[in-house]
Design a protein around this ligand. Sequence first.
Ligand code: HEC
Length: 281
Amino acid sequence: MIRHTDFFIRKENMTTYFTRLLAAMAMLFTLGLGSAQADAQLEIRDGKEVRHYSLSQLLANPALRQIEVAEDATYHKPMRYQAVPLSAVLPQAGEWEAAQVTALDGFNATLPGALFHGKAQPWLALEPESAKWPAIKAGSPATPGPFYLVWVNPEAAGVSFEQWPYQIAAISRAQPLATRFPQLLPKTGTAAQRGLQVFTSNCIVCHRISGAGDSAVGPDLNQPHNPVEYFQESYLRKLVRQPASVRSWPGSIMPGFTAEQLSDAQLDDLLAYLKQMAKQK
Ligand code: HEC
C-alpha cells in the first residue's frame, strides 16, 4: 500500500526520528539496559476490550510459521515471512463487520470483516529486529514492519493491493465504510453497486467521494467535479491503468492498476459508480 506520508512526511521527519531514536537509546544505556531491544507492540481493540501483543511474544507463538506470498503488494515480488495467522491475535475477527487498521503514522485503512474469515488467508508478518526486511524504497530505511498484514491467497477473496496495510500499530473493530459514510452509496444501478466495492477496495485509501472517506492523499473524486465530467472516458480508463500515460511529472503519487489487479469488468463497474455519483452530489 502506498501512502503520501512515504513521499512527503517521512523524509522531513527523519532527522527528528533519529534524534528521538538516539535519545531513547541513550536512555536505555543509562538505565543499564543496553542489551535490551525495544519490543514493538500491536494493539487490538474490540469495543472496550483492548489487548496488546509484543513482537517478541508473537515471535514465540506456537502458531508461528514461515510463509510465502506469491506476489507481495509492497515489494511486487514473491516474499517469505515469519508470520502468525491473523486469528492468533484476532480470534473473534469472524464476527467483525469491518476492521480499521491504523498504521504507526496514523494512516487508516478499513477492511471488510468478510475478508478475514474467507479463503484469502490473512497472516500477520513479523519483522524480527535481527532480520530486518528490505526497505520499501531506496533512499529511506522504512520497511513494512514490524507488523504487516499479508495474504497467502488474496485472489480467493479479491483482496486488492491497497488492502495490505503495513507498519501496523492497531487493529480495531469498526463499522463498514458505507455505514459510516452513507453518502458513498449509489442510489441506483447494479453495476454502480459493484463499482462501490471496487472503489472501497482500491481507491478510498487515497480518494474521498463527496467528502466521504478517511484519506485526503488524492483529490475528492466527486466534488467539486467528478472526473467523468471532465475526462473523456478513454483517458479516464488510461489514467487508472497507468496515470503517467495521461499526465506525467516526477511528484505524481497515484499507482497504476494493471488488468490483474483490476479487471476490465471491474473498471467498467468503477466507471458506472463514478457516473452515478456524479448525478447525486
Ligand atoms: C496511493 C494513493 C492513490 C490510490 C490508491 C488511488 N489514487 Fe487516484 N490519485 C492519487 C493522487 C495523489 C492523485 C493526484 C495526482 C498524483 O499525485 O498522482 C490522483 C489522481 C487521480 C485522478 C485524476 C484526478 C484529476 O482531476 O486530475 C483520478 C481520476 C483518480 N486518481 C482516480 C483513482 C481511482 C479510480 C482509483 C482506484 C482505482 C485511484 N485513483 C487510486 C492517489 C491515489
